[in-house]
Design a protein around this ligand. Structure first.
Ligand code: GAR
Length: 424
């Protein structure tokens, strides 16, 4: 595991309503030297009698009650009061640890992607109050707890961590709740550690857990962890294609548009060959972002043009249409049998310690007399791969293209290296 720097502790508030054992477990973990990326700034309760407020003070964390009963059914007004305290304290992350109020868009919107909740059941089963009792009454054999991002749907946000417990003979709701609570006290610190270390990425309903340092390596063994991989391209089509080719590997794929660290600026692509250009991009983006980076460079080599446009393919004319028009123009008088050509792609994968893997893929074919098909991009509409009945790469559809293309072949050849690096 590379020694990644721990980011400065993130300012975190915990919202509670009652006894506060989850809060206490977080504060104990912090005291024991865990959660280095989390700083507990504040504990807030809607209930002035909450025992958890005393626990916070014992740990030296300021504790404030904002009684909802003072707001006479004005939920949003209550939350605006809470929000203004959170903002006054520059709180970045919020943990709901037994906070028994349904939230409104006031708080949810302000902390989207930055607020966690712990719930005592395996969601989506048994949301709402008394999840443990609901599970016992239903008669399930397994229950547990869930830590999830908070969205406007009650107990419905993307899941970060779940831990299970069996329901045993002789159980009653209290015995089951106590068994679940022990797992809650593991799940919540684990999820908060992942959040404050910047290791979570929300993708629709799925939360990707990125590889990185952890306070809980043993608990983490039960989680699916993925390696962040930057595809050094701003071309969304290309990134999508590469993403589809790498499906099934434990990778979290980013394009240059999706990362929050600044890029290297304009990268000169003036190497004499594809591999050289791919390497220039891979090194520049890897060094700027610290992430494993995959870059490619590809081109179209037309025999009747002595291999042009080749490494100049993307600079052959200003736009895709102009490039295709220019190519067809240059080949106007060239008969079918002399229109042979190939797409070539070089891929360079660079790691944070200068690790490098290179691969190359080739797709043989011919240049058409006119463009056809509306899939793909670049020269795809004028390229007819061998063995596909004269159909252009743009008309074969993404499934075939992603299997046979020069890029697919180069990426496929990189797969063993990606499997190795994502496994250690
Ligand atoms: C915990 O079991 C928590 O999962 C649950 O309240 C309890 C609070 O205990 N939360 C919910 O039911 C939210 N819907 P604690 O105050 O001892 O942490």
């Amino acid at each position: 595991m590379p020694d990644e720097p721990v980011p400065p502790p993130r300012r975190t508030a915990v919202l509670i309503s009652g006894r506060g054992t989850n809060l206490e477990s977080l504060l104990n973990e912090k005291r024991a030297g865990k959660l280095p990326a989390t700083e507990f700034i504040l504990v807030l309760s809607n209930n002035p009698g909450a025992k958890g407020l005393d626990i916070a003070r014992e740990h030296g964390v300021p504790a404030i009650a904002i009684d909802h009963r003072g707001f006479r059914k004005d939920r949003e007004g209550h939350e605006r009061a809470i929000l203004s305290v959170l903002q006054d304290h520059d709180v970045e992350f919020v943990v709901l640890a037994g906070y028994m109020r349904v939230l409104t868009p006031v708080l949810v919107g302000a902390y989207e992607g930055r607020m966690l909740n712990i719930h005592p059941s395996l969601l989506p089963a048994f949301p709402g109050v008394r999840g443990q009792e609901q599970a016992w009454e239903y008669g399930v054999r397994v229950s547990g707890c869930t830590v999830h991002f908070v969205t406007e749907e009650m107990d419905g946000g993307p899941v970060i961590v779940q831990r299970t417990v069996p329901v045993l003979a002789g159980d009653d709701p209290d015995r089951l709740a106590a068994r679940i609570l022990r797992e809650e006290h593991k799940a919540l610190p684990l999820a908060l550690d992942l959040l404050t270390r910047g290791r979570l990425r929300i993708r629709g309903r799925h939360v990707e857990i990125l590889r990185g340092n952890s306070s809980y390596p043993l608990l983490e063994r039960e989680l699916p962890v993925s390696l962040p991989l930057l595809i050094a391209t701003g071309n969304a089509h290309k990134a999508e294609e590469i993403g589809a080719m790498l499906a099934g590997l434990p990778l979290s794929i980013y394009t240059t548009e999706q990362i929050d660290t600044p890029g290297p600026g304009e990268v000169r692509e003036d190497a004499p060959d594809y591999e050289g250009n791919a390497r220039l991009k891979a090194i520049a983006w890897q060094e700027a972002t610290g992430k494993w980076t995959l870059a490619d460079d590809s081109g179209l080599e037309v025999d009747a043009l002595d291999g042009r446009p080749g490494v100049q393919s993307s600079r052959y004319a200003a736009t895709t249409e102009e490039r295709n028009r220019k190519l067809l123009g240059e080949l106007r008088d060239v008969p079918e049998e002399k229109r042979t050509a190939r797409f070539v792609c070089s891929v360079v994968l660079r790691g944070p310690r200068g690790e490098e893997h290179t691969a190359r893929g080739v797709l043989e074919g011919r240049i058409a007399f006119e463009p056809s098909g509306d899939g793909g991009f670049g020269y795809d509409p004028v390229f007819l791969p061998d063995g596909y009945g004269g159909e252009s790469l743009a008309s074969l559809g993404p499934e075939i293209k992603n299997r046979i293309s020069h890029r697919a072949r180069a990426i496929e050849a990189t797969r063993p290296a990606l499997e190795r690096i994502s496994a250690w």
